[in-house]
Design a protein around this ligand. Structure first.
Ligand code: BGC
Length: 550
């Protein structure tokens, strides 16, 4: 043990006290031994340091931060350097705000496209997930701040996420659901791993010796600390047995007392507790120094960086008749609510109070194109509005190219809730149908953080640019790509199936009762579609560019 001499000076109660948070975000300090407390904050899209009372779902506002493209968007760059740079921005803002540990990135496999948190995760492919997560970790930790990868493991549905038992065979678990974590642990060397809420094969992950001891520690050699997901402790003593060093948030001392009692009763060896304390202290002492005093953040510079990164993440899915890039002075009508009110991040614990948000409409206005006007075209949160659609069609008649901004609204992709279907809102599909009848060229920009069914849209659009959730600077990045100031180079990190009926786990996803059964085994994403010869709308890895090769 590294901190044996300090641990020897601690009382049993003091050791136990370190095993849970002081409040929602901080660890406890022991002043007499010079042990500081450190601050932990979400998250993977940008720093979410809450200003007021803490909550896990981003309900209370947090301090302004740079909102980067979501992890799902960054994954489309297939470029670990992009992940590392995103991580470095998050890490630098964490450091500037006295935060010692960033709770991210998340890298659960996109087992099913309906998972409500897919916008926060990397891919359906474990290798890509691991490589990108490792790069985020490197970036965050390059700033002297700890990274905590999450959610370990098999947390692939939001429905009943705190009680569901993921039932999976060993091969599938290791090949598909753990390989990404293994790469992230070995190559990224994160200081911390967050255990997930769910159980795996009958044991809550946080007290699952096979996951936390055999695999994470023994097989992979992880030497950092394990922290529970917030409120994700089930039996504190079993967690300590599995070398979990921190339960978050505070339990007002209740579980600390359980630990003390277990040691006194002889149910828990004090040496085991010492090991957990040692693992925690290692991170606390290493990272507390990162957070000495607050320093200013150059949000303007970080916005520019976020824009640079966003440009790497956009995926050109279709470009018939070479509609894109647009020639200067092309007459364009900008249509669709998302052009003016961008959808640029997901919802839940990853929500960032974006320091500077701009929209594509403004950037298109400044791009040299001849903008004949803007119309929202549809109601953002669904429902028919013929007047809006009519006005959009009328505007379309004045333009040569229609730039149509579609996507999912803020309530469609949310932590804690899985999506009900893969469809785009009907009012948006009706609008595109009406616009198609004008005979004008149509370029659609699609903003959502997950795969959607494109039937009814794909065949009506001449060009389709998948913006994913591209962060606060996404509007500028989109405008630059549309005008050819930047070249699209993103490739899908997940399959876009033709229909939800083709998804391998569709018949038993999400697990509704006690268990989520991974009956499809390793046939997740393209592994299934390719093996079974099932046609998809856009395959994993797909993405066009403007460059033409002869
Ligand atoms: C989420 C984690 C997050 C934590 C703290 C939990 O509900 O699952 O991803 O880091 O809250 O906000």
């Amino acid at each position: 043990m590294k901190y044996k001499s300090i641990i020897e000076k601690m009382t049993l109660e003091e050791k136990a006290s370190l095993m849970s948070g002081k409040n929602g975000w901080e660890t406890k300090a022991i002043k007499r031994l010079g042990i500081p407390s450190i601050f932990l904050s979400d998250g993977p899209t940008g720093l979410r340091k809450q200003a007021g009372p803490s909550d896990q779902l981003g309900l209370n506002d947090s301090l302004p931060a740079t909102c980067l493209p979501t992890v799902a968007a960054v994954a489309n760059s297939w470029d670990p350097e992009v992940g590392a740079q995103a991580g470095a921005i998050i890490g630098s803002e964490a450091k500037a705000r006295n935060v010692s540990m960033v709770l991210g990135p998340g890298l659960n496999i996109k087992r099913n496209p309906l998972c409500g948190r897919n916008f926060e995760y990397v891919s359906e492919d474990p290798y890509l997930a691991g490589k990108m997560a490792a790069s985020y970790v490197r970036g965050i930790q390059s700033q002297g701040v700890a990274s905590c990868i999450k959610h370990f493991a098999l947390n692939n549905q939001e429905y009943k996420r705190m009680s569901i038992d993921s039932v999976v065979d060993e091969r599938t678990m290791r090949e598909i659901y753990l390989t990404g974590f293994e790469i992230a642990v070995k190559e990224g060397k994160p200081d911390a791993v967050m255990s997930s809420y769910n159980s795996v094969n009958g044991h809550f992950t946080n007290e699952n010796p096979h996951l936390l001891l055999d695999i994470l520690r023994d097989d992979w050699g992880f030497g950092g600390m394990v922290v529970t997901d917030w409120g994700g402790d089930n039996d504190r003593v079993s967690g300590i047995e599995c070398l979990n060093s921190l339960e978050m948030p505070s339990t007002a001392g209740e579980t600390d007392r359980e630990i003390v009692q277990a040691v006194k009763d002889g149910r828990l060896k004090e040496e085991r507790l010492d090991e957990c304390v040692d693992l925690l202290l290692d991170v606390v002492f290493k990272r507390a120094a990162a957070s000495k005093k607050e320093t200013p953040i150059d949000f303007r510079a970080h916005f520019d960086k976020a824009c640079e990164l966003a440009k790497e993440c956009l995926v050109l899915l279709k470009n018939d008749k070479k509609v894109l890039p647009l020639n200067p002075a092309t007459k364009v009508a900008v249509i669709g609510d998302f052009a003016a009110s961008p959808r640029y991040q997901g919802a839940g614990s990853s929500v960032v109070h974006a320091a500077l948000v701009t929209n594509a409409l403004d950037w298109i206005g400044r791009s040299g194109l001849d903008v004949v006007g803007y119309e929202p075209g549809f109601k953002r949160y669904g429902g028919k509005d013929r007047r809006l659609a009519r006005k959009a069609v009328k505007l379309a008649s004045k333009a040569d190219v229609l730039l149509v901004f579609l996507g999912l609204d803020e309530f469609s992709e949310v932590e804690g809730i899985d999506r009900r279907n893969l469809k785009l809102p009907r009012n948006q599909l009706e609008l595109i149908e009406a616009l198609r009848k004008t005979g004008k060229k149509i370029a659609v920009v699609l903003s959502c953080g997950c795969a959607v069914e494109l039937t009814g849209l794909d065949e009506k659009a001449d060009a389709l640019l998948y913006a994913s959730l591209s962060g606060e600077a996404g509007g500028e990045a989109i405008a630059e790509i549309l005008c050819g100031k930047a070249v699209p180079s993103g490739k899908l990190a997940e399959t876009f199936p033709l229909s939800y009926d083709d998804v391998p786990s569709r018949k038993y996803y999400p697990g509704r009762e006690a268990t989520a059964e991974y009956r499809e085994g390793p046939y997740v994403g393209y592994r299934y579609y390719a093996s079974k010869g099932i046609k998809v709308r856009y395959p994993f890895g797909f993405g066009l560019s403007y460059t033409h090769f002869d």
